[in-house]
Design a binder for this molecule. Structure first.
Ligand code: A3P
Length: 305
């Protein structure tokens, strides 16, 4: 376990390197508790992401997908209309396993849906050994970076003031960000998904944006709950995408005004939800540097952005 001084932390908190990845203290406690105590069930579904790759969106999509027989996406009482996706699909290490105690998960109906930012190396061995399924969502690192910079500044704003883009960029490129280095995070899941495609479904934010209907149907197939012909004909896939769309979700009262128990405003998870917004912020030098890192780190992997 190595540490970095507080000024290196994105939220002015000390960062710790554990199993090759950076965490703040709260997060690290959760990671270790989760590794010790989480017991997966074979029917569990785990959404894995690096921060800011579209977790909130995929949580909403997976929730509506696996609960579609109870909650029709067109019904006015759908839980997504009054709950933030992070409440419906909790993070293992950031929500359930935070205070060193084992949470009571008995109220979760099967298939249980959880999410995590854990790197593959830190996943509890029991997850790797069980039949539970993993959906890994990643995103173009340039957009992840901008989203992360904007998000942390929004959270820091009142307490500590903002970080400049240059400051944060430097750290990001050095691999110092929460759950970073981002390239190691992505690559480990990418490689595992190639070895074990029935267990890990690897998806990008960009693919999902470009062909949401196709990818939602593929996700349903992977999770063993394919859409029936009748559901497709009745427009169920598009209805689900509509309720989970950025426009719909970001305009809901719960997401405009609500807060998570951990204190973050729900609206911090909705900025503009676009592909390629990095073009409005990054200089040519920054773009070249990040592209060079990705080229070097991802070479030979088949993973490209
Ligand atoms: P931007 O900051 O680029 O807008 P995460 O959920 O992993 O924290 O990622 C947040 C990013 O996903 C933000 O990206 C946010 O706007 C975007 N996002 C949130 N909800 C979304 C939705 N329903 N559809 C598309 N993107 C969404």
């Amino acid at each position: 376990l190595s540490t970095l001084p507080s000024e290196s932390g994105w939220l002015s908190k000390k960062l710790y390197k554990y199993q090759g990845f950076w965490h703040n203290a709260r997060q690290l406690q959760g990671v270790i508790s989760c590794q010790k105590y989480f017991q997966p069930q074979d029917t569990d579904i785990l959404l894995v992401t690096t921060p800011k790759s579209g977790t909130t969106w995929l949580k909403a999509i997976l929730f509506s997908l696996v609960n579609r027989t109870h909650f029709k996406p067109t019904k006015g009482d759908h839980p997504l209309l009054t709950n933030n996706p992070h409440t419906l699909v909790p993070f293992l290490e950031l929500k359930l396993y935070i205070d060193g105690q084992t949470p009571d998960l008995s109220s979760f109906a099967s298939p249980r849906l959880f999410s995590t930012h854990l790197p593959y190396v830190s996943l509890p061995k029991s997850i790797q050994d069980s039949k539970c399924k993993l959906v890994y969502l990643c995103r173009n690192p340039k957009d992840i970076f901008i989203s992360l910079w904007a998000f942390t500044n929004k959270l820091r704003l009142q307490e500590m003031g903002t970080n400049s883009i240059e400051q944060v960029f430097e750290k990001f490129c050095e691999g110092v960000s929460l759950y970073g280095p981002f390239w190691d995070h992505m690559l480990s899941y990418w490689n595992e998904s190639l070895k074990n495609p029935d267990k890990i479904y690897f998806l990008t934010y960009e693919e999902m944006k470009e062909q949401p209907n196709l990818h939602l149907r593929k996700l349903a197939d992977f999770l063993g709950c394919p859409f029936s012909t009748k559901e497709v004909e009745e427009g169920m896939v598009d209805d689900m995408l509509d309720i989970c769309s950025f426009d719909n979700m970001s305009n809901l009262k719960v997401n405009k005004e609500g807060k998570l128990p951990s204190g973050e405003s729900n609206n911090a998870f909705f900025r503009n939800g676009k592909v390629g917004d990095w073009k409005n912020y990054l200089t040519m030098e920054m773009v070249e540097r990040l592209e060079k890192i990705c080229e070097e780190k991802l070479v030979g992997s088949g993973l490209k952005f």
